[in-house]
Structure formats: structure tokens, C-alpha cells
Design a protein around this ligand. Structure first.
Ligand SMILES: [Cu+2]
Length: 154
């Protein structure tokens, strides 16, 4: 049954009150993306050389959040990579997942983690804004515009 004060309200008000009650009773994770995206940029390289996506991920939530992949209508294939130097040789490794701990910040940046953007589906020019969707383990999908920059982009 409804609490008495609610039951006495006109019906539209009652619905509004119940909606608000439900809204505030639900865990905030259903509403707000815990991961904030900033400084999203792409380093374009000539021809069909894969481009690199860089971004700062800030976890303002109370739970660890894990990036498990990304996709974009502008590229056939997007994966998470990490640049590593082994025995003096710089290589890249595929990364299955990247966790951003609660309250922490992870930077995808030159020399470290990056999104490897392979096989452009259409020409991309410096200055273009390319939409990339970040896929999180909790099912959230975050869309962000990445600013396409020159090969010198850091
Ligand atoms: Cu790479």
C-alpha cells in the first residue's frame, strides 16, 4: 500500500512522487557513467598505417571500472594495446582489459596504453572528430568524440 501522505495526493502528483522515490532509491551506477573521458585524440599516420587513440579515463565512481574494448564506425578494428620495450626493442602488446580503480585516473598516451585503430573505413583528415565507443565490463558503452590530429600528436 501507499504511504498515507502519498495516497491523499491527486493522482498525477502521486505518480510524480513515486517516480522520484524510485529514482533516488536505485543505485547511482544505473544512471551515471562512472568513467569520465577527457583529452580524447587520435594520432593519424599516413596511408593505411594504423592510427593510435589516446584518452584520459577518470573513474569518479566508487567501484573499479574495466575497459574491455572499443569500436568505431570509422575503423574495421579497434583494440587496446600497450607499448612495451623488451631488450631495447619497442613493441606493442594486445591488452584484454584495462582497469581504472575507483578514484583513479588512467592515461592512454604515447609510449603506454593506446587504442589501436586499424583499417580506416573512410578517409580521415586532421581536424575531424571521430566517434569511438568504449565498452566496459559492466555493460556500459561510452561514446566519445576523438579529435584527429597530425602524426606529431602527443
Ligand atoms: Cu598499438
Amino acid at each position: 500500500m501507499l504511504p498515507t501522505p502519498l495516497a491523499n495526493l491527486p493522482r498525477p502528483m502521486r505518480i510524480l512522487c513515486l517516480t522520484l522515490l524510485l529514482f533516488f532509491a536505485m543505485p547511482s551506477v544505473l544512471f551515471a557513467a562512472d568513467l569520465q573521458i577527457s583529452d580524447a585524440r587520435i594520432r593519424l599516420l599516413p596511408g593505411d598505417i594504423p592510427a593510435a587513440g589516446y584518452v584520459t579515463l577518470t573513474n569518479a565512481g566508487e567501484n573499479d571500472t574495466t575497459l574491455i574494448g572499443a569500436e568505431s564506425a570509422a575503423f574495421d578494428n579497434v583494440s587496446i594495446h600497450q607499448s612495451v620495450t623488451q631488450d631495447g626493442v619497442a613493441t606493442m602488446q594486445h591488452v584484454d582489459q584495462l582497469t581504472v580503480a575507483a578514484g583513479e585516473k588512467v592515461k592512454l598516451a604515447p609510449g603506454g596504453y593506446h587504442l589501436m585503430l586499424m583499417k580506416r573505413k573512410h578517409p580521415i583528415d586532421v581536424g575531424d572528430e571521430i566517434e569511438i565507443t568504449l565498452l566496459l565490463r559492466n555493460g556500459q558503452q561510452l561514446n566519445a568524440k576523438f579529435h584527429a590530429g597530425a602524426p606529431t600528436t602527443q
